[in-house]
Design a protein around this ligand. Structure first.
Ligand code: ACO
Length: 210
């Protein structure tokens, strides 16, 4: 099955590396604005999305390699509407415990840990060295940046972004599309669409969009 990566930035290169370490191959990078003068990355060609998409078989598999949650969601929905399906990429060094579910489109970077009975939605990014403990629920399109620590029974609703090195206390819920800045220590639940940061994390702005 041919695998295509949508996006060709640094995040996409990390996902290519994971897939190669899983002994899988990538057919192409696809991008709306490929970088001028660069035709391939580590031997994998880059194509303009509008030109390549009509030629790609529906039997291919895709990963949307865009860090921004809203843009990743928009592109994933576009591919889904065209009938494409998605695959996961899980680095061989990641530790995935019993009863963990990881939905298609999600990527798990090196040294991440996902503990027992946690459920991870579609098109989620569990970045390098992040740990997610037992019985958590991570909604679609979340991004958990490098080095974050989630205690047990944490719930992240759709599209939450946790900045690098953030920590979340047990049983806290962070509602849809909220952004927690780098190093946040989230001790209480947070409402949707806000920006919060600090220790303890405080709401800095409501109606915030990543
Ligand atoms: C593999 C990868 O690279 S994955 C990428 C992961 N990326 C991240 O984790 C980045 C997370 N981003 C952040 O934390 C950003 O600072 C954001 C989104 C919270 C805010 O960004 P901006 O709106 O551009 O804020 P800006 O840089 O203008 O800072 C505004 C003020 O807030 C402060 N501030 C910004 N972020 C934080 C934070 N996380 N904690 C405490 N204070 C902060 C700044 O020091 C500044 O204070 P000042 O006005 O007294 O100088």
């Amino acid at each position: 099955m041919n695998i295509y990566l949508y996006g060709c930035g640094g995040h996409a290169k990390v996902i290519l590396d994971i897939l190669l370490k899983q002994q899988r191959s990538v057919t192409a990078f696809v991008d709306d604005n490929p970088p001028a003068g660069i035709e391939q990355i580590h031997g994998v060609p880059i194509y303009l999305a509008s030109q390549l998409l009509p030629t790609v078989s529906l039997h291919s598999q895709w990963i949307v390699c865009i860090g921004n949650n809203r843009i990743r969601q928009k592109i994933a929905q576009k591919l889904n509407d065209r009938g494409f399906s998605f695959t996961t990429a899980v680095h061989p060094s990641a530790k995935i415990a019993l009863g963990v579910d990881i939905a298609p489109g999600t990527v798990v970077m090196a040294n991440a840990v996902i503990n027992t009975d946690t459920k991870i939605g579609h098109h989620v990014i569990i970045n390098t060295g992040a740990t997610i403990d037992h019985d958590c629920i991570i909604g679609d399109y979340c991004h958990i940046a490098p080095g974050c620590s989630l205690c047990g029974q944490v719930q992240l609703d759709k599209g939450v972004f946790l900045g690098v090195g953030s920590s979340v206390c047990p049983s806290v819920e962070i509602e849809e599309h909220t952004t927690c800045g780098a190093g946040s220590v989230v001790v209480k639940s947070l409402p949707s669409n806000c920006l919060a940061y600090g220790c303890p994390a405080k709401i800095i702005q409501n109606n915030y969009s990543q």
